[in-house]
Design a protein around this ligand. Structure first.
Ligand code: NAD
Ligand code: FE2
Length: 385
């Protein structure tokens, strides 16, 4: 059974049972009065029981904040910052999927700042506005294998006024210690195992298609894709396969490292869909995947052929798309956005949200009004041409 300690990009403790090291991780990060941040669905589930037990065994008391929603809002962060300040906390233990990890990271980041949260959007050098010394450390304990937020420097929060998903960014938001314990992901319902796993795939896949020169992330993205192709069908069929669960956690973290190279139109269109229709982030990316690959075809044929060969699934762009379509079918991913609950009549809203999304800027083909309109129509109607 795989057990490993890595220090790249942050300190990652990988392996079954390692949640027992939570208090030890707090010591490593100089946290003496932690605030646990999780979501309401998880607060009474086994992953949280395990975290609490680890802290109790080490006589390290912790308060819990769980007042947040999936696709979290700015006010979720504000409420958590209030609890963090009132309790005099000096660090966060973020336990959950991307929503709880992102809110936990944002609370630890923002609690010591004076400017509004939105002043730290991932634009130009806005992150330099932050008071670095006031950023509190985070222990990240993922319970889904998908977003890779535990290995990333950003936090995705929806701005309620503009109805836009905003990435808050600071290099010091990278969690100090990650505990990647596959046992914590065993209880995920299949639909979430699939949705989050395909989010991890979408990160690596979109990252290796961006035109930016970043060979470090390119290499990581290739292996990130391969790990998902190999292991997601295994965990979907047998949720208790801890070795495959471990590899999916690794793939998720690798996706986040890969997308330092940027993302693309899967995420750019998925974001407004989730904001307006509450669809699951990863599942929305999974629906978008083949339509975006086809829309980007002229720019990515060589890269996709290379990936098909590397992953052992074929030799050409078409082989790769075929594999993605078969994987979606095997994993019961809806074929269209409409089946997922998105209203085809919302075309103007979704297209407007897509073209201004940060991820659109690194898509290998320009995402303008025409591109986004055609993409949305294809994804609503299920057209693969
Ligand atoms: N920071 C980043 O780099 C980054 C990257 C991609 C996505 N995101 C964001 O992450 C969010 C999505 O995160 P997610 O896909 O992990 O889902 P999530 O965190 O929203 O969780 C979805 C549901 O799964 C439940 N859940 C989580 N772990 C469980 C477990 N082990 N057992 C049973 N139930 C469990 C939660 O209670 C919740 O109801 C979105 O807001 C998205 O925008 C962030
Ligand atoms: Fe994502």
């Amino acid at each position: 059974m795989t057990h490993a300690n890595w220090s790249y990009p942050n300190s990652i403790r990988t392996g079954a049972g390692r949640v027992a090291e939570t208090a030890d991780a707090c010591r490593d990060a100089d946290i003496t009065n932690p605030l646990i941040v999780t979501d309401p669905g998880l607060v009474d589930l086994p992953p949280m029981t395990a975290v609490r037990a680890a802290l109790t065994d080490a006589d390290l008391p912790a308060a819990v904040f769980s007042d947040l929603q999936p696709n979290p809002l700015g006010r979720d962060v504000t409420a958590g910052v209030e609890v963090f300040r009132t309790g005099g906390h000096d660090g966060v233990i973020a336990v959950g999927g991307g929503s709880a990890l992102d809110v936990g990271k944002a609370i630890a980041f923002h609690a010591g700042q004076t400017r509004p949260l939105w002043d730290f959007e991932d634009i130009d050098d806005w992150w330099t506005r932050a008071d670095v010394d006031a950023i509190a450390p985070v222990i990240a304990i993922p319970t889904t294998a998908g977003t890779g937020s535990e290995a990333g420097r950003g936090s995705v929060i929806t701005h309620e006024d503009t109805e836009r998903k905003v990435t808050i960014f600071h290099p010091r938001m990278l969690p100090a210690v990650v505990i990647a314990d596959p046992e914590l992901t065993v209880g995920l319902p299949r639909v979430l195992t699939v949705g989050t796993g395909l989010d991890a795939l979408s990160h690596s896949l979109e990252a290796i298609c961006t035109p930016l020169y970043h060979p470090l992330s390119q290499g990581i993205g290739m292996e990130g894709c391969r790990l998902v192709f190999e292991n997601l069908p295994v965990v979907a069929a047998d949720p208790t396969d801890l070795e495959a669960r471990t590899r999916m956690l690794s793939a998720a973290s690798m996706g986040a490292v890969a997308f330092q190279k940027g993302l693309g139109a899967m995420h750019a269109m998925s974001h407004p869909c989730s904001v307006h229709f509450g669809t699951h982030h990863g599942m929305t990316n999974a629906v978008m995947m083949p339509y975006v690959l086809l829309a980007n075809r002229p720019a990515i044929e060589t890269t996709m052929a290379r990936l098909a060969a590397y992953a052992g699934i074929g030799r050409t762009f078409d082989d790769l798309v075929e594999h993605v379509l078969a994987l979606r079918t095997e994993l019961d991913v809806p074929h269209t956005l409409v089946e997922l609950g998105v209203d085809a009549d919302a075309v103007d809203t979704i297209v407007a949200g897509t073209v201004i999304d940060l991820c659109a800027a690194t898509n290998p083909v320009t995402v303008d009004h025409e591109y986004a309109t055609a993409l949305f129509a294809a994804a609503c109607e299920g057209r693969l041409d």
